[in-house]
Design a protein around this ligand. Sequence first.
Ligand code: F6P
Ligand code: MG
Length: 433
Amino acid sequence: MANATTTSTPRIDPPRPPLAGKNTGSFAFYTIRDRLPVILTRVIDDLNKATMALDFEAEPEKLKQGKACIESLSGFRYAMQRDRPIEPLDDDLPDCQAWNDYLALYVDGAGHFQAPWLIQECYMYRRIRSILAASPHWRNYDPFAGEKAASLARSIPVLVTLAAHVQALSDRHLQDHYHGPILTELLMLSLWGNAVDLSLLAGSDTGDTEALGNKMVKEASAGIVINNLDVAVPVLAELTGARVDIVLDNAGFELTADLFLADYLVKSGIARRVTLHAKSYPWFVSDTTPADLDQTLTTLAPHLPEQVAAWRAHLASGAWVVETTPFWTYPHAYHHLLHDLEATTTLRAADYIIFKGDLNYRKLVFDCQWEPTTPFMDAIGPLAEPGALPPFVSLRTCKSDVCVGLSVESANNMAKISDWMTSGKYAVVSYKP
Ligand code: F6P
Ligand code: MG
């Protein structure tokens, strides 16, 4: 086993130039120029509505602090759009030092478009957190809660249909103990659940979840440009009484698809425990915090009463455990993961890990300019070393301009589709044994 040391961050550079906003015309460029300012504007609008709803006479201090947050957020948006330097954080949150150490090493005062995009984009969410945390009244406020709730509400009819589909499948397979086919289906549902992501949509409608739900049931393997399920599934299906860790991504629709899978893992006896790794604060608009998990169950309870009762029972019995390791909300690529004692310790306790979504994938492959034909095992660097981590699978719809693991033929074919890496219509399932 490679050594799990402390949270210090020795210098590890991406093996290729990092994706960055300075590459005009790249997806990173458009994200920083167009998408992130829209997300910040929605945060400001949300906070403005929340402050305007206050009783001004009864809560003058909260009003004053809300206005101060709005000022700071507007100033930050202005600085980001003008490529001003990414400033060190200045707050009392426990991860402040870890963040500033990393910024000093890899950003060193560079502007938002000049810095590595991965760090810059993570920084935006951490800065929102920092600005809110400066105000006692708004310290734990989630400016994305409204968007997450509205998106889930719109998805309910599709989730009810998917739940019936999953129920029929699992009734059949729980009896015959033949887990491979249903695990393949459940992993693909969890994969395509990742197509619903509010940071990519920057607050526009959640897309056509009805069409997505149909696709998930009827043609789930279409559009998967690298599909390692043939090797990933048998390893998972063989386990009994194991610990399976899911490094979660988005709340609502995607989370519900993940819970279908987590439920089957427990009911089949494959897993004795499923660890659900959530974010400790609001992140990339729709990422799951523990509060979102609870809210998702509460919202779904009237529509999926049996499922939600079973899921709450898993949480109560410890068959499902929710963890919030700080590392998931660091800007670090996972090439640094083995230097984070807490993240390494918890993941090594698992027998199998499932990384969900685009941001986890970007972190696994260091978000740099790989040739698409680079083998996944090369791109994950130290994580490919024997014993570094248990077997893991990364399930990701492609929503940023990095992708590895394609054959030459497939890379040539995909190159004919200009936006295949960023449209969210294609996906990869990449496995590390
Ligand atoms: O801009 C879109 C984007 O924010 C990407 O930068 C990011 O990787 C992705 O959306 C988040 O997607 P996911 O929720 O799948 O991690
Ligand atoms: Mg996300």
